[in-house]
Write a protein that binds this ligand. Structure first.
Ligand SMILES: [Zn+2]
Length: 449
């Protein structure tokens, strides 16, 4: 990527001390996919691309299941709980093959790009063919995700999940679940080791689907065999998981993970909704990250997690779109604070700066991209612009732009997306794929016929 320059009307910049501020008339220079200069208070030079509105680092979606996009609108209304939703999700999983998985993931990641997401963490467990028979390439489904992210223009951390049993009672995988399984943690590790190496836009991490899905004596094996990349797991999303875990092991999921060596600085617990005070202590003292997915958690009637308590205990926060009920990281960010207000009857637990940090550098750290998520010299040139002249955002100025972006803007207000110095979205249009609505329609229609 040659030397390129962008000129931002307003930009949310990281300072030397780690503090952020909104600056005006900012020239951002990029060489070889990395930011090489950030100069506020500069008039736009003629060769710079103008970014009108508020420019921020690219958003990081730390928890995604791309294929759940097919469920949108089919599970959002009516009765039922998480477990009823899961049966519908399994119906979709049963229909996918590497080609349809690629098409659906490409379209979903393109929707993410339009929403300003420049990096996605894909928690991937749909590994094998029907009945659990491996494809000729045992990582054909993972390869489809890698190709999809490249086509959509977003960075990918592939979090390849180990999924071995049907529940904490040790029941075997059955039906659609057979496609998730590798028989043993060692079997999972062998397949995981054959995934492609990291590249400019790819990181490979690992995941434990949940304490439900991996036997107690295999949890530590997965952690030990997962290399030094990110390690994610779903944790205590539902009270039933806690009840089953206590019944089977005498311990909560957090305590069990602590005892099995699963928790550490490269670990991210997803959801962490139903925790005891002792659980919060185990998670905080181990230095893990916590990824919350508020739009999914409210859609599935999961509950509201103790986010502020986890952060106070030492956990770094990130955000995810998870089930793709909606794809809008700004909505995820504001929901963290607004949920807390409803529960605590207090405002202001999280500032707009803290929420945007979770949506950018917090997620980047959780996904193995320590150089992403900040507009500063030396960071990856991933940046997006939120227009400040839409019906939702009009009237914002340098003083209010950040709060307007976090508390009122939507994904539809993202006009420009740059990933590694490459233009992915310009003027609200996907540069490579064009009409993303049509791309999504084409990917989704065959799944329901
Ligand atoms: Zn999930």
């Amino acid at each position: 990527v040659p030397l390129r320059r962008w000129h931002a009307e307003l930009a949310w910049l990281a300072g030397n001390s780690g503090a952020h501020s909104v600056a005006e008339q900012v020239l951002i220079e990029v060489d070889n996919a990395v930011i090489t200069a950030v100069t506020p208070g500069t008039p736009p030079p003629p060769d710079a691309v103008r970014l009108t509105g508020l420019t921020i680092p690219g958003l990081v979606n730390a928890h995604s299941h791309a294929f759940h996009r097919a469920l949108r609108g089919r599970t959002s209304s009516g009765a039922g709980d998480f477990w009823a939703w899961r049966r519908q999700m399994y119906d979709v999983a049963a229909r996918l093959d590497p080609d349809t998985y690629y098409a659906l993931a490409t379209a979903t990641y393109a929707e993410m790009a339009l929403a300003g997401i420049t990096t996605v963490g894909e928690f991937h467990y749909l590994h094998h063919g029907p009945g659990g028979i491996p494809y000729d390439d045992a990582n054909a489904m993972g390869a489809a995700l890698i190709a999809a992210a490249a086509e959509a223009g977003v960075r990918l951390t592939l979090l390849d999940a180990c999924y071995l049993q049907g529940g904490l009672d040790g029941s075997p995988l059955a039906g659609p679940q057979l496609r998730f399984g590798d028989r043993t943690a060692v079997g999972w590790a062998e397949r995981h080791a054959a995934l492609p190496p990291a590249g400019p836009a790819l990181r490979v991490g690992a995941a434990i689907h949940s304490v439900r899905a991996v036997p107690v004596d295999q949890l530590g094996v997965v952690a030990a065999e997962s290399g030094d990349g990110p390690l994610h797991l779903h944790l205590s999303e539902q009270p039933a998981e806690n009840d089953d875990c206590i019944a089977a092991t005498g311990r909560t999921p957090a305590r069990l993970c602590a005892d099995c060596g699963v928790l550490g600085p490269r670990t991210t617990a997803v959801h962490a909704t139903h925790l005891t005070p002792a659980d919060i202590g185990y998670l905080g003292s181990s230095g893990i990250g916590v990824c919350v997915c508020p739009t999914t958690e409210r859609d599935l009637a999961d509950g509201i997690g103790p986010v502020a308590a986890l952060e106070n205990a030492g956990c770094r926060l990130s955000l995810g779109s998870d089930s793709q009920a909606v794809i809008d990281l700004l909505e995820e960010a504001r929901a963290v604070e607004l949920n807390e207000r409803l529960r605590s009857l207090r405002r202001g637990t999280h500032s707009a700066t803290e929420l945007l940090t979770a949506a950018t550098s917090g997620g980047a750290a959780a996904l193995g991209w320590p150089d992403a998520g900040r507009l500063q010299v030396g960071s990856l040139a991933d940046l997006i612009t939120i227009r400040l002249d839409s019906p939702r955002t009009a009237g914002a100025d340098a003083r209010t732009a950040l709060a307007v972006a976090i508390f009122a803007a939507s994904a539809a207000d993202v006009t420009d997306v740059v990933v590694g110095g490459e233009v992915v979205v310009r003027g609200g249009c996907h540069a490579r794929l064009g009409d993303v609505g049509r791309v999504l329609s084409a990917a989704l229609a065959p799944l329901w016929h």
